[in-house]
Ligand binder design. Sequence first.
Ligand SMILES: NC(=O)C1=CN([C@@H]2O[C@H](COP(=O)(O)OP(=O)(O)OC[C@H]3O[C@@H](n4cnc5c(N)ncnc54)[C@H](O)[C@@H]3O)[C@@H](O)[C@H]2O)C=CC1
Ligand SMILES: O=C(O)C1=N[C@H](C(=O)O)C[C@H](O)C1
Length: 269
Amino acid sequence: MQTLPGLVVTGASGRMGQMLIRTIAASDKARLAGCLERPGHAWVGRDVGECMGGGPLGVLVTDDPLEAFAQAQGVIDFTAPAATVAFAALAAQARAVHVIGTTGLEPEHIAAIEAAARHAVIVRAGNMSLGVNLLVRLTQKVAQALDADWDIEVVEAHHRMKVDAPSGTALMLGQAAAEGRGVTLEQAMVSGRDGITGARERGTIGFSAIRGGDVVGEHDVIFAADGERIVLRHLATDRTIFARGALKAALWGQGQKPGHYDMMDVLGL
Ligand SMILES: NC(=O)C1=CN([C@@H]2O[C@H](COP(=O)(O)OP(=O)(O)OC[C@H]3O[C@@H](n4cnc5c(N)ncnc54)[C@H](O)[C@@H]3O)[C@@H](O)[C@H]2O)C=CC1
Ligand SMILES: O=C(O)C1=N[C@H](C(=O)O)C[C@H](O)C1
């Protein structure tokens, strides 16, 4: 019998880390090969199942990424930009598929990830759910069908602990709207209006962010014209949707050629 692909989860104690560990542990398609946390974190050296308040899973949390990645075929990474850039180089060195869910990446982080993807398979998306990736396609199509008489606004809401704005998903949706309209997002983007802003500039794509409570993730793409409005909406109510997508990406990546892929590639959308 062939051994199942072994996956390492980085940021093991995080909201997504714990969800990923549960999803992999329950899967019959992959096995949990390692769990990583920051040096000095209270979970390091302990069984991850017990840290999460359940029975032992037989995997000790480590703070050594090289040692963990060397044992694995895939790394699933929902952490923070600087950590993700470091993990991209190390996962490439270990020839492990690197699935990146981390958001808030700046152009220099993305350039470093592109460099690592010359030698390894990287799948990166600001949102790993099927629903959002489908919404991205729909947004592109609607934007393509409408002219600039239709103002485009992306509105997102997330829990109070989220550290980046606009969300990775909002940026994916904005990018899709820009592509549909035949402009670049850099040109069109207006984010976080405040004060005497003046009237809305025709053709811009606006972004607004709400932060509060335990909201998992909500995104509206609004197309507003005189006398009518179209609202495309995705509501996430459970983080398993992201974990399932990330697991699918890690399995899909096995045997692919080195490159920087996204969830559209994985889902065939
Ligand atoms: N692409 C997607 O579908 C989704 C992306 N996200 C993104 O994933 C990221 C994490 O989100 P949450 O789990 O809510 O955050 P969180 O703050 O709960 O977890 C982050 C974890 O990463 C760990 N970490 C940070 N630096 C590290 C390092 N150098 N080594 C090892 N561990 C390290 C932290 O200790 C923490 O446990 C965010 O960027 C968020 O936007 C979240 C949900 C879905
Ligand atoms: O930080 C989160 O929680 C989420 N982040 C991703 C984003 O930035 O869009 C995906 C999801 O919305 C949850």
